[in-house]
Write a protein that binds this ligand. Structure first.
Ligand code: SF4
Length: 93
């Protein structure tokens, strides 16, 4: 969930191993890796979390998304099937 809205649905294995929404990917990247030998890509989200009372126009995550494109800033993505499960992103991973 982001700003009170579901951004991705799926079983735990699918979501953990193959996130399709950029916010899910960023959240999963923040989980510490217990094996110091193993390198892990860490995504640091920039910017402040917008107010859920006044969310951004378009995709609510667009102000912090590393994959943002022009369409994201004007058109809110629906929670529809993307790569086999529901996700609200115009450009799923
Ligand atoms: S719709 Fe655009 S801004 Fe929103 S999560 Fe997808 S790529 Fe990022």
């Amino acid at each position: 969930m982001y700003l009170g809205k579901i951004v991705e649905l799926g079983n735990a294995s699918d979501v953990y191993n193959h996130p399709v929404h950029p916010y899910t990917e960023a959240l999963l990247s923040s989980i510490p890796e217990p094996n110091p030998e193993k390198k892990k890509k860490r995504i640091i989200l920039k910017g402040d979390i917008p107010s859920p009372m006044n969310p951004p126009i378009g995709c609510a995550f667009h102000t912090r998304c590393i994959y943002v494109q022009d369409k994201c800033k004007i058109d809110a993505p629906l929670l529809i099937e993307r790569h086999g499960r529901p996700a609200s992103c115009h450009f799923p991973l």
